[in-house]
Design a protein around this ligand. Structure first.
Ligand SMILES: [Zn+2]
Length: 271
């Protein structure tokens, strides 16, 4: 909807038109929820942030000047509720970031699109979602605002409370790191070093195939690579993959990361 129409609608809402207000907030509900999910933790946190954001929007209705886009204003409110929530739960363990949400709006498949393409699209979206969740918080916010929520550079910089140039640099670093994360998650190529790992790593591979990859497995690999001369040559890809576990916000290790660790291990062991 053009900004001018939205402003009229906002004016009607200010004048007490309940239906106009509902329509306004409903339109932005989903993007605020997704923002909360990416930036604040799990679905419970995202729901709380959405609820508080809508409440504040009602309370501060009159202070919204209408010279900014409503969505930008709502993200600014959501952002402050998110950091308040983080402060409150700082001593608690970090929330699990839900990784199975589409990157942006849900894709409505064409009639003639086959199921295989849909499945691979969903898989790709999940992979990108995981790669985003592995970014440090500031970089994650930059990518979420600009590339997921599709704000303009100026709007995104405003929400992130950064000068335009500083925001651009952060976004640039974030996109570079995102490529690295994706490459690590997607690695399939066997290592060409010709060196094979020691028995300890071989048993780690065995365990990861039987019981899955959890944080303990990743930590064990990282610790082993620090002390084992023989495996040090193989450090690059395997260390990158194992380090992904540590950079995840918390909870279970998502399948994409598990697969990257298993593949890197298998390549290191040479099987
Ligand atoms: Zn070793």
């Amino acid at each position: 909807m053009p900004a001018s129409n939205e402003r009229e609608e906002w004016q009607r809402a200010l004048d007490g038109d309940r239906a106009a207000m509902d329509a306004l907030l409903r339109r932005h509900e989903r993007s605020v929820y997704l923002f909360g999910l990416r930036m604040c933790g799990d679905e419970e946190a995202a729901r709380e942030v959405l609820q508080n954001t809508l409440l504040t929007a009602f309370e501060k209705l009159a202070s919204f000047r209408g010279d900014a886009k409503l969505s930008t204003w709502l993200f600014t409110l959501a952002r402050s509720h998110c950091s308040r929530l983080h402060r409150r739960t700082r001593s608690a363990p970090l929330h699990d970031v839900s990784l199975d949400v589409p990157l942006s709006a849900p894709v409505i498949p064409d009639e003639d699109q086959n199921q295989e393409a849909e499945a691979s699209h969903a898989q790709m979206a999940r992979l990108v979602g995981t790669a985003i969740s592995l970014l440090p918080e500031g970089q994650r916010e930059a990518v979420v605002l600009k590339d997921v929520q599709d704000l303009s550079l100026e709007e995104a910089a405003g929400v992130a409370e950064l000068e335009l140039q500083a925001f651009k640099s952060r976004l640039h670093r974030a996109r570079e790191q995102l490529k690295v994360n994706l490459a690590t998650l997607l690695q399939e190529q066997p290592a060409s070093t010709g060196i094979t790992a020691c028995p300890e790593l071989q048993s780690a591979l065995h365990a990861s195939r039987n019981a899955g990859v959890d944080r303990a497995v990743c930590t064990a690999i990282e610790e082993h690579l620090k002390i084992c001369e023989r495996c040090r040559e193989l450090m690059g890809p395997l260390q990158d993959a194992a380090a992904l576990c540590r950079r995840l916000p918390g909870g279970a290790v998502p399948e994409e990361v598990q697969r990257a660790v298993r593949t890197a291990l298998a390549n290191a062991v040479g099987k």
